[in-house]
Design a protein around this ligand. Structure first.
Ligand SMILES: Cc1cc2nc3c(=O)[nH]c(=O)nc-3n(C[C@H](O)[C@H](O)[C@H](O)COP(=O)(O)O)c2cc1C
Length: 150
C-alpha cells in the first residue's frame, strides 16, 4: 500500500517526529507542503495530512495544499501535535475532505513541546512530548488506519 503524508512542522519539529516514527514502519512518503514541488498524489492509496496546531488550527498551508493537490475520492487521515489541546483544529481538513468526496479514515493527535510566546518564560509545556508512549500510540493508530477498508 502506498501512503503519502503531507505535513507542516516548524515549532520544534514535533509533528515531523511523529511522522518519522510512522515512516519507520514502512511505506510512507513524507511531503513537506512548503517545498513547492509539483506533486502528484494520484498514485497513492491513502493520503495523510499533518500539522502542529497553531492558534487552534492546522497551518493554513496544509488545507491549501489539500485543496490544490488532493484527488477526489481518495481516503484520507489526519495527524497533529498540540501544546494543550487539539480543539477544533481538524475542522478545515474535514471540510476539504467533504468538498473532495474523500472518506476520512481517522485522526491521531498527541501533545508536542510548546514554548510559544510567554510559555517560553516558564520553560514551555508538554516538555518531552511526543514521548515514547505518544509514538507507540501513533503506531497503533497507523496499523489500524492501514487495516481499515477506506
Ligand atoms: C504560533 C504558535 C501557536 C500555537 N497555538 C497553539 C494552540 O492554539 N493550541 C495548542 O494546543 N498549541 C498551540 N501551539 C503549540 C503547538 O501546537 C505544539 O508545540 C506543536 O507540537 C508544534 O508542532 P511542530 O513542532 O510540528 O511545529 C502553538 C505553537 C505556536 C508556535
Amino acid at each position: 500500500m502506498k501512503i503519502a503524508i503531507c505535513y507542516y512542522s516548524r515549532h520544534h519539529g514535533n509533528t515531523r517526529k511523529v511522522l518519522e516514527a510512522l515512516a519507520g514502519e514502512g511505506e510512507a512518503d513524507l511531503i513537506d507542503v512548503t517545498t513547492r514541488q509539483a506533486v502528484r498524489l494520484e498514485g497513492y492509496d491513502r493520503i495523510g495530512f499533518a500539522s502542529g496546531v497553531y492558534y487552534g488550527k492546522f497551518h493554513p498551508s496544509v488545507p491549501a495544499f489539500a485543496r490544490q493537490y488532493l484527488p477526489e475520492g481518495k481516503p484520507v487521515f489526519f495527524l497533529c501535535t498540540y501544546g494543550a489541546s487539539r480543539g477544533k483544529s481538524l475542522r478545515e481538513m474535514e471540510a476539504v475532505a467533504r468538498e473532495k468526496y474523500c472518506p476520512v479514515l481517522g485522526a491521531f493527535g498527541c501533545r508536542g513541546y510548546d514554548t510559544f510566546g510567554p510559555l517560553k518564560l516558564v520553560g514551555g509545556i508538554a516538555k518531552g512530548h511526543p514521548n515514547g508512549r505518544d509514538l507507540e500510540n501513533a503506531r497503533k493508530f497507523w496499523r489500524q488506519m492501514k487495516d481499515s477498508l477506506g
